[in-house]
Design a binder for this molecule. Structure first.
Ligand SMILES: [Ca+2]
Length: 166
């Protein structure tokens, strides 16, 4: 079987560590952390993340933050699969996925997404993306599944590779 991989036994240990690191970044406790886990941490092995409780409806009053950082020399691309459905509202003021082009909540806004139209592929200009999932106090949908990948910066500057020499 080509491509088959065993899941390492220490995965749970790593997940526990991730949760611990993650908890220290969050202001609210308990259920909130549990709900945000699949967004903030997601599945790093598959390079996926999800709205809280996906594929079930996301909870009300969620505020989850995620940052994706590619290695040096790479940019981040995020693509949505299977589902995208957040409560629609003007300017996505009720429920939203907010994406910023950098590592911070004040980095340049790429977009705020809601409704049921899939966003187009999101691409960072540097190696970081900052994201926030928010829901208000009523009306929930299933949210989304997102996949991300790291692409070398060179592939954007030079679409056709002419050779390996530098
Ligand atoms: Ca809502």
């Amino acid at each position: 079987m080509v491509g088959y991989q065993n899941i390492p036994a220490d995965e749970n240990t790593q997940a526990t560590k991730d949760i611990h690191d993650f908890q220290s970044d969050q202001l609210n406790g308990g259920d909130h952390i549990q709900a945000c886990y699949n967004f903030t941490i997601g599945n790093e092995k598959l390079m996926e993340f999800y709205s809280p409780y996906y594929p079930n409806k996301y909870p009300n009053n969620s505020h989850c933050i995620k940052q994706i950082s590619a290695p040096y020399g790479y940019i981040v691309q995020v693509d949505f699969r299977d589902q995208f459905h957040l409560e629609e509202s003007p300017n996505c003021d009720y429920d939203s996925l907010e994406v910023r082009n950098g590592p911070y909540g004040y980095s340049d806004l790429i977009g705020r997404y809601c409704g049921s139209d899939f966003p187009s592929i999101i691409t960072s200009s540097g190696r970081h993306l900052w994201m926030k999932f928010s829901s208000d106090d009523s009306i929930e949908y299933t949210g989304f599944r997102a996949v991300y990948k790291f692409s070398p910066v060179e592939s954007f500057n030079r679409p056709e590779k002419e050779g390996l020499h530098k």
